[in-house]
Design a protein around this ligand. Structure first.
Ligand code: HPA
Length: 279
């Protein structure tokens, strides 16, 4: 049901709900790129790794600025586009350019791309991100498979949804994780703590997160994973460790986080390829 809003002449105008906005953008995506069973959300540093896998010949990508439901990203390394990329026999819907809570975006804006992907056919959503590691032995350049998450953002994309009681007990699909770690040597798993940011954590916060059971910390992924599960899709989460978390390293800055992505491209491509080989 569409909500209504007051307009200056005292009539009411229909305001599309979050789901209606997602449906409308999904129709546009499907019309231009077709339906896709698999979607990959590219986090910081992951675009180059995916580009190595993708064959040529896909249809022209859509700039998310052409789709009214998408919020323009503000951070370098997050250009907004949606592409259909052939990887072997599979056409993958690739979403580049997240928006984050720390940019001032709402939970609904953050999960809009994932909702569009699921409405455009995605049964598997692969969420990639950059993260800080809470384990000294898992350093920059390592790819970690997300086994579970702690949503510490204080937000949910399901607030206000009467059907929001979704089961998250196998959120990061255990069957796919087992297949992936069997296929790729030396891959570790970890619990991802999602925080709102934008500031990095204090050493005391990192010690507290460690006590809570976190192995990784980052500012994305958790709300998208919840929205994907709510839409009935399976989720795979992949973190590129870009730094040791506060207190385990001397300093953390956004520029060096982008550089690590570049150096680890081969490993990231191998892991992505293995995830997509299992579809
Ligand atoms: N903290 C939070 N988010 C991050 C970090 C971190 O250390 N590294 C990359 N994203």
């Amino acid at each position: 049901m569409a909500a209504t809003a007051a307009v200056p002449n005292c009539q009411t105008a229909a305001v599309p709900t979050d789901l209606e906005r997602a449906r409308s953008d999904a129709e546009a995506v499907t019309a231009r790129l077709g339906r896709h069973r698999v979607a990959v959300v590219l986090g910081t540093g992951w675009a180059e790794a995916f580009a190595r896998l993708g064959g040529a010949g896909g249809r022209p990508p859509i700039a998310t600025s052409e789709l009214p439901g998408f919020t323009p990203p503000q951070v370098p390394g997050h250009a907004g586009s949606i592409a259909s990329v052939p990887v072997g026999d599979l056409d993958v819907l690739v979403l580049g350019g997240r928006t984050h809570l720390y940019e001032g975006s709402s939970p609904a804006e953050v999960v809009h791309p994932v909702r569009v992907a699921t409405l455009a056919g995605a049964e598997l959503v692969v969420l990639t991100n950059a993260a800080g590691s809470l384990r000294a032995e898992v350093g920059p350049g390592e790819v970690v498979v997300v086994s579970d998450h702690l949503n510490l953002t204080g937000a949910s994309p399901l607030t206000g949804d009467p059907d929001g009681f979704v089961d998250l007990s196998d959120l990061y699909c255990g069957r796919r994780r087992a297949a992936l770690t069997a296929r790729v040597g030396g891959l570790t798993e970890g619990v991802y703590a999602g925080v709102a940011g934008p500031q990095f954590e204090t050493p005391a916060e990192i010690r507290a997160l460690r006590t809570l059971g976190a192995d990784l910390v980052g500012m994305s992924t958790v709300l998208e994973a919840i929205a994907a599960a709510h839409a009935g899709a399976e989720v795979v989460g992949l973190s590129l460790v870009t730094n040791l978390a506060a207190g385990l390293s001397t300093s953390i800055d956004h520029e060096s986080i982008l550089e690590v992505g570049h150096a680890a491209t081969d490993r990231m491509s191998d892991v992505l390829e293995a995830v997509l080989a299992d579809v």
